[in-house]
Design a protein around this ligand. Sequence first.
Ligand SMILES: O=C[C@H](O)[C@H](O)[C@H](O)COP(=O)(O)O
Length: 233
Amino acid sequence: MSQQAMKIEAARAALEYVDNGMRLGIGTGSTAEEFVKLLAERVSEGLEIIGVPTSERTAKLCTELGVPLTSLEETPELDLTIDGADELDANLSLIKGGGGALLREKIVAFASKRMVVIADGSKVVDKLGAFPLPIEINVFGSGATIKAIEAAAKRLELAGPLKIRENRDGDEFKTDGGHLIVDASFGHICDPEALSNALHAIPGVVEHGLFIGLADTAVVAQESGVEIKTTAL
Ligand SMILES: O=C[C@H](O)[C@H](O)[C@H](O)COP(=O)(O)O
């Protein structure tokens, strides 16, 4: 099965968690897009849900396909968020933000009673960190913020290149919130919680892509079929 086919299988299996009347957080990325397409089919068949998109990109796709949308201003509490991930470990701690949507994704997941992650098997790791950790930072003072991130990482015995993300045309990538993304190639992150706390202590860091204690279920598509991973939260 191709990676694309596995993304579709994970997205399809995640539809099982969606009930009529739900207020849904709708993720961002190629796997979440497969979920949106399948969700739209169910909506056209009569499923009644309302969704909060985690990015402008997801909002656009939902609107094109007829998935009804709301906002966290109108609907501040959600029943379920379904979203992809760049990496997930056995505790269902995640790295997210490969597509730059981590801030809205984390706000939406935090506003949800539960979060279900959808992924193909390549995203499952023993230790987070082979995928560079996306860190969203304010444009103001970005140089000082990067220095502070380096220093915080050093205190945790983490090191590695920090790279400001660029668009294909070489311009600085900007998130939907107008911030920069720094991709931090720290390698294996032995204590994700300590790193999370250290990054949150830096004023210029808006948010980071470590999602700890947010996902309770992962729907992972492998060659052999779909596997459900859960954690007791
Ligand atoms: O910012 C983007 C998100 O966190 C995505 O959910 C994540 O990068 C996974 O994307 P994909 O399903 O395309 O691998």
